[in-house]
Design a protein around this ligand. Structure first.
Ligand code: NCD
Length: 357
């Protein structure tokens, strides 16, 4: 892998992504061949936000490769509770571990961590922004369960605004030929404009529909997501959105026989329990694919990781990112870095939020 850190799958070429998928499948076929591949290596899992699958699958992946673990799953048990900055925590952990997986409630945190880490950083979810290793999980699942990553009609349903798994998945699937998206959400929870722009610029057809029943007959894949309660400004706003889309056995009668249902999990109430017994439900096997996907990723990232201990100073912009959920709004020493979008518009390199000059 050419890139040192995995912040966004966009930094991998399609060939590199396929190599990870193929390696995941090879590990799945013969796990014993890889049982010592990371002997002597240490993975740090820094989880500032709750997680079951991502954290445990990273840990299991490293243990199954023969490596060891350090880290925290509750920042209150670390010096973060004493007010330590992200930069200081990462500088120190980057000196202890060979590779770091970080999850944080603020957008752009993994990118910020990568500026200060001697060890490679993996983005294990940054606020409502991205979740590239869930997308690896999803593509390994699709490759095995559908036999292809091309020419699919992919329905995404639920909280498309705050669902980081949705954003990462659309970005990646837009690179494969012939994919189309059916976006099923309320108007309040539709995908952010920058994700729509990505579909437009890669020529991917997409439609927004308000009803699951209307979408179901067209789909090769249905990607269900929960409404992200923790990202709402008020409990009242969440109450208005919850329970709008529920997949049950009755609705599944409208779906094709070979449609596959994926879900990053956790599920709240958007898939009725009865659907678990439908052969088309792949969301539990998806978690197993996720472990192999993370094993493959760790191996690839450790293959030729360089360790550069000292961060270089980066010039900072006078403008501040206007996204209140951007890591730069809290960690004020971070250099403000943007990419010009034309006119007076800048895009924050941490969170991809747009700011006017
Ligand atoms: C997702 C996440 O954390 O973004 N879960 C996961 O990592 N498997 C989805 C969610 O929390 O809804």
């Amino acid at each position: 892998m050419k890139t040192k850190h995995l912040i966004d799958l966009e930094s991998l070429s399609t060939e590199e992504l396929m190599e990870i998928i193929e390696l995941a499948n090879m590990i799945m076929d013969k796990p014993c061949d890889y049982a010592d591949s990371c002997r002597g290596k240490i993975l740090a899992t820094l989880f500032y936000e709750p997680s079951t699958r991502t954290q445990m699958s990273f840990k299991t992946a490293m243990l199954r490769l023969g490596g060891s673990l350090i880290g925290f799953d509750n920042p209150q048990n670390s010096s973060v509770s004493k007010g330590e900055s992200l930069k200081d925590t990462i500088t120190v952990v980057g000196g202890y571990a060979d590779i770091i997986a970080i999850r944080h409630q603020l957008e752009g945190t993994a990118r910020a961590a990568s500026l200060y880490s001697a060890a490679p950083i993996i983005n294990a979810g940054d606020g409502g922004h991205l979740h590239p290793t869930q997308t690896l999980t999803d593509v390994v699942t699709l490759y095995n369960e559908k036999g292809t990553l091309d020419n699919m009609c992919i329905g995404l349903c639920g909280d498309l605004k705050n669902g980081r798994t949705v954003h990462s998945l659309i970005k990646t699937m837009s690179h494969f030929k012939g994919n189309r998206f059916v976006l099923i959400s309320t108007p309040e929870l539709s995908v952010p404009q920058y994700i729509k722009d990505i579909m437009n610029s890669s020529g991917c057809r997409h439609v927004e529909v308000p009803s699951l029943a209307e979408a179901l007959p067209m789909l090769d894949v249905l990607y269900m997501t929960r409404i992200q309660r923790e990202r709402f400004k008020s409990p009242e706003e969440y109450e208005k959105q919850k329970g709008v889309f529920v997949l049950d056995s009755e609705k599944m009668k409208l779906a094709r026989k070979d449609m596959k249902i994926l879900h990053p999990l956790p599920r709240v109430d958007e898939i009725a329990e009865e659907v678990d017994y439908d052969d088309r439900a792949k969301y539990f096997i998806q978690t197993v694919y996720g472990m192999y996907a993370r094993m493959a990723l760790i191996l690839k990232m450790l293959e030729n990781a360089d360790r550069k201990p000292m961060p270089r100073r980066i010039d900072t912009h006078a403008v501040r990112c206007c996204n209140p959920n951007c890591i730069t709004s809290v960690e004020s020493y971070l250099p403000k870095i943007f990419r010009p979008l034309g006119g007076d518009m800048l895009q924050c390199k941490y969170c991809e939020g747009r700011t006017l000059i």
